[in-house]
Structure formats: structure tokens, C-alpha cells
Design a protein around this ligand. Structure first.
Ligand SMILES: Nc1ncnc2c1ncn2[C@@H]1O[C@H](COP(=O)(O)OP(=O)(O)O)[C@@H](O)[C@H]1O
Ligand SMILES: [Mg+2]
Length: 230
């Protein structure tokens, strides 16, 4: 479904990703791991077109999307939940979702479907997003991405800074999107136990390069823990 080949990405003259390869087949859940600053967010931004690539190729659903604009990638079925969720704090929950409906030119039914995953948001529709807890904002951000009816969802550290009880809800939602809705998911996650529960496959980045990739079983290896420990 998603293939990344030999991806180089730079901020100006500072190159951050070096020849990154990654594959996420349809219906798979691939976890991108690695310490802070290794390039995980940069990788997701390059896949979604928020950042241009210096060289390499991104293929999605059989198409070369390397040079497409972000909104074109969204229309092809690539949903993106950025790190720190980036909801509109001054807008209500309902308005945040409506923005996505208009941007993606979908219908109201898509909002209902997205809210089915996070029923608690239904009671908060008229609250400003800025007044939600971190966990609720994260749920809203995921719901907003789902409004575009993606085939694949990119999630950048959805459990970062969120209290444990809500982490469980977010984990369950990701699990359902994967197993029930059959979405392919690329999940950036630093928490190894969560990755072990959710992922089929993983890649570990270090200093902008893929240093390990494999099946979930390989994640239990001691060398993996060393690559993730600070
Ligand atoms: N806008 C930017 N301009 C310049 N350098 C950046 C920018 N954003 C991130 N970087 C650098 O790129 C590297 C990778 O960052 P990032 O992709 O955010 O890592 P991660 O998500 O793994 O923590 C870091 O060294 C970071 O300082
Ligand atoms: Mg990051």
C-alpha cells in the first residue's frame, strides 16, 4: 500500500533522513520507532508532502505520490495525525470536524462514523478544542483524520504526554481501526510495550537511517531495547 524508497530529506543544508526504505502493505500496522530527534516526524511529513524530499520515492496505492501536494495525497486516502495533534483550539469539536469535511469534500455521515470510534466526543461537540484534555484533543485529531475516509492512517506519537487511562482508549481505537476497519496504519510510537501489542512490523530509525526492521517478534530482542533507550 505504502512504499518508501531511498528517501533523503533535508531542512535547508541539514540533511535529516538518509536513504530511508519502508514498506507498509495494505491492512498492516507498522511501527516507526527510535529516540527523540532521529527523524520520525520528518519521515511522516515527507510521506504526507508537508516537507519536500531531496531524493527518493514515495508510492501509495500503486501511484508515485512523491511530488503530489498534501491535499492530493489526502484525497488518495492518506490520513495524517501530526505530533501534538494540532487541533484548532478556538473552534469547537464540531467545527474542527466540519473543517475536515469541507477540506476533504466528504459528507456529514463521515463525521458520524468517526465519532462512533470515540463516543465520548459526542458529548463535547460544542466545547472549544482548547478546553479539552490532551487525550480528548488527540481523539479529536484522530477523528478529524478519519473524516477524510482514509485507506491508511499515519499517527505521530498519539500517546505522547497523555494520561494512562486515555492511552488505553487510544490504543483500543487504533486496534479497532486496524482489525475491524482494516486500515493500514503507520504508527510512530516510542513506548515499546504498546508497539509489541499493536504492530505487525517495525522499523527503527537512528540518526536518520533505518537501523533495524522486522516482524513484531524481533522487537523483543535486547539490541532493540538499546536502540530505544536514552
Ligand atoms: N523545521 C526544522 N528545521 C531544522 N531542523 C529540524 C526541523 N525540524 C526538525 N529538525 C531536526 O531534524 C531532526 C529530526 O527531527 P524529527 O523528525 O522531529 O525527529 P523525531 O520525530 O524522531 O523526534 C532533529 O535533529 C531536529 O532537530
Ligand atoms: Mg517527532
Amino acid at each position: 500500500m505504502l512504499t518508501v524508497e531511498s528517501l533523503d530529506v533535508a531542512y535547508g543544508r541539514a540533511q535529516v533522513l538518509f536513504g530511508v526504505d519502508l514498506q507498509a502493505p495494505a491492512g498492516s500496522l507498522v511501527c516507526v520507532m527510535g529516540r527523540n530527534g532521529v527523524g520520525k516526524t520528518t519521515l511522516l511529513k515527507a510521506i504526507t508532502g508537508v516537507l519536500p524530499v531531496r531524493s527518493g520515492r514515495v508510492t501509495f496505492a500503486g501511484r508515485d505520490i512523491t511530488r503530489l501536494r498534501t491535499h492530493e495525497r489526502v484525497r488518495l486516502g492518506l490520513g495524517y495525525v501530526p505530533q501534538g495533534h494540532e487541533t484548532f483550539p478556538q473552534l469547537t469539536v464540531a467545527e474542527n470536524l466540519q473543517v475536515a469535511v469541507e477540506a476533504a469534500r466528504t459528507d456529514k455521515a463521515a463525521v458520524d462514523e468517526a465519532l462512533d470510534l470515540f463516543p465520548a466526543l459526542r458529548g463535547l461537540l460544542r466545547r472549544r478544542a482548547g478546553f479539552l484534555s490532551g487525550g480528548q484533543q488527540q481523539q479529536l485529531a484522530i477523528a478529524r483524520a478519519l473524516v477524510t475516509r482514509p485507506k491508511m492512517l499515519l499517527l505521530d506519537e498519539p500517546t505522547e504526554g497523555i494520561q494512562p487511562s486515555i492511552i488505553i482508549e487510544i490504543e483500543e481505537a487504533i486496534e479497532r481501526l486496524h482489525t475491524e476497519a482494516g486500515l493500514a496504519i503507520l504508527l510512530v510510537e516510542q513506548y515499546l510495550e504498546l508497539a509489541l501489542r499493536l504492530a505487525d512490523r517495525f522499523v527503527i530509525l537512528d540518526a536518520g537511517e533505518v537501523v533495524r526492521a522486522g516482524d513484531k517478534e524481533d522487537l523483543r530482542d535486547e539490541s532493540v531495547r538499546q536502540l530505544l533507550s536514552v
